[in-house]
Design a protein around this ligand. Structure first.
Ligand code: GLC
Length: 546
């Protein structure tokens, strides 16, 4: 599109970028319907520019029945009417660019919405039809096909198969859904599926998108024999990390590289094996991928140090920069997690009623913010993290919408607690999320006691999380040692992590109980909490010149 502003040619912008994740439903509601929208984001661009982020990653904004918060996409080339219009998205991309902020959109290749025309066509066309070959339809097992075709589980609980009903009303074939039954998996061996996604990439790059975040990137290819999952060693997994995936992403990279200004591919790749993970980051594949090992790491010096070492060692051979992530729209918010007895993250241990000490968690989250922003590579910041928002753990059950909760038989709280609409200003809900006098309440209720957590209140408070993030991001832009670059551990006392970023930046974090000496330095640039008698208290980080 000749008249669409395009990102400037800066081939390396992504290597050290700070990328802010927007969950559109919960960011800002411009029209008072209780749901965030793109006009709301446009009105808050000055806030994001002042925060100092380099790019925005938007969770899906496409037309969707919202069975999985928009990760059930009905049309990849348009915008959900509740969020706005395609023209509004184009305006948002160019207005952000004018402020120096790139836009990363979310591409969901593994599955589509059951409301997508392809799936409707497949259901109507019936068993054995070409339209069904774009998906994984199979007869069931058992005498009457009453059992799922194999033993694969849905990520949201229950079997990964849903049975269809034939036009005459009798039970028919099953289709594969690794997530919700409203999210049928696509068959990536089908040429239509590949061609369609390549065209979708071009559609958004033509509109100035600076990159794509690839949803569930390691689950997209399936073993076409659809064998049962087994524990047998040496058998390749039938749907995670299949070797054939790499060729798909090489094709995507070639498309991204055909555009000016380094359009990036960012993978959602959850893999325990760091070497397998790094294969996705070879020079002709994705640019970066989310570092879930670090995200899930407990708040312990040795574990953090190991996670950092493993990360850097895995990335070095492929020359890809690491990413540092503390939370996102799928996981428990940082200040809540770090205040618990178990400070790691694991979907399997999510439960209602886990106690937390928010004061402790906040203290640690402040130190963790300085840690991530000092490590080499790029940083992802999830909306509300800069406000130190806690997980909301008392949402009335009848308001919860996440399929992870809905499919769990009331045992798993799901992910709504980290998706509560942002508090912007004022003393009571909707805290400026919706305009004054809005007809509808926010789609998830906000805690009544969030007045001190609004962006407005925190902007005026020198000790707030927002003030810390603003100061850290300002310094990070100015410091030649920060962002992409070298990294070396310095000797430190047990429980203390200290490293140097050349030429003259030193980071230190005290995870021990007793205050620690600062390493040699010439200047203190920033600390996450006040020093005590010149020493670094527990759960405190410092940025130093040295
Ligand atoms: C990714 C998304 C998550 C979504 C799932 C299915 O993990 O981050 O929110 O539910 O994919 O699309």
């Amino acid at each position: 599109m000749a008249d669409t502003p395009q990102p400037e040619a800066d081939e390396n912008w992504w290597r050290g970028a700070v990328i802010y994740q927007v969950y559109p439903r919960s960011f800002a509601d411009s029209n008072g319907d209780g749901t965030g929208d793109l006009a709301g984001v446009r009105s808050r661009l000055p806030y994001l520019a002042e925060l100092g982020v380099n790019a925005l990653w938007f969770c899906p904004w496409y037309p969707s029945p919202m069975a999985d918060g928009g990760y059930d996409v009905a049309d990849y080339r348009d915008v959900e009417p509740v969020f706005g219009t395609l023209a509004e998205a184009e305006k948002l991309i160019s207005e952000a660019l004018a402020l120096g902020i790139r836009t990363i959109i979310d591409i969901v290749p593994n599955h589509i919405s059951a409301a997508h025309p392809w799936f409707r066509e497949a259901l109507a066309a019936g068993p054995g039809s070409p339209a069904r070959e774009r998906f994984w339809f199979r007869p069931g097992r058992g005498e009457h096909g009453e059992l799922p075709p194999n033993n694969w589980p849905s990520q949201f609980g229950g079997p990964a198969w849903t049975r269809t009903t034939d036009p005459d009303g009798t039970p028919g074939d099953w289709f594969l859904n690794l997530f919700d039954s409203e999210q049928p998996d696509l068959n990536w061996n089908h040429p239509d599926v590949r061609a369609e996604h390549e065209d979708i990439l071009r559609f958004w790059f033509d509109r100035g998108a600076g990159g794509v975040r690839i949803d569930s990137a390691a689950m997209v290819m399936k073993d076409p024999a659809l064998p049962d999952l087994t524990d047998e060693p040496g058998v390749p997994h039938p749907y995670i990390d299949r070797d054939e995936l790499h060729e798909v992403y090489r094709g995507w990279r070639a498309i991204a590289d055909s555009y000016p200004g380094a359009r990036i591919l960012v993978g959602e790749v959850w893999l325990p094996d760091a070497e397998r993970f790094a294969r996705y980051l070879r020079p002709d594949e994705m640019h970066t991928a989310f570092n879930f090992d670090f995200l899930a790491c407990p708040w312990e010096a040795d574990r953090l140090r190991t996670s950092i070492d493993v990360t850097l060692a895995a990335h070095a051979p492929v020359s890809a920069p690491a990413t540092w992530v503390l939370c996102n729209h799928d996981v428990t918010r940082t200040v809540t997690r770090y205040g618990r007895a178990d400070t790691g993250f694991d979907f399997a241990t999510k439960a209602f009623g886990i106690p937390t000490d928010l004061e402790l968690g906040t203290r640690r989250a402040r130190a963790a913010a300085l840690l991530t922003l000092a490590l080499p590579g790029s940083v992802y910041l999830y909306q509300g993290e800069e406000l130190g928002l806690p997980e909301v753990e008392d949402i009335p059950l009848d308001k919860l919408q996440d399929p992870m909760y809905l499919r769990s038989g009331d045992t798993n709280p799901g992910r709504d607690g980290c998706r509560v609409p942002l508090p912007w200003s004022g003393e009571a809900p909707p805290f400026g999320f919706s305009p004054a006098g809005a007809a509808a309440e926010p789609w998830l209720p906000q805690p009544a006691d969030w007045a001190a957590r609004t962006a407005e209140a925190q902007a005026a408070d020198p000790d707030s999380m927002l003030t810390l993030y603003r100061a850290a991001l300002r310094l990070r832009r100015a410091e030649p040692g920060l962002g992409d670059g070298t990294f070396a551990w310095l000797e430190s006392a047990p429980g203390v992590l200290t490293f140097r970023r050349s030429p003259d930046f030193v980071f230190t974090l005290n995870l021990a109980e007793e205050p620690a000496e600062l390493p040699p330095h010439t200047q203190i640039l920033l600390t996450s909490a006040p020093l005590t008698a010149g020493r670094l208290p527990a759960d405190t980080a410092a940025w130093l010149r040295g």
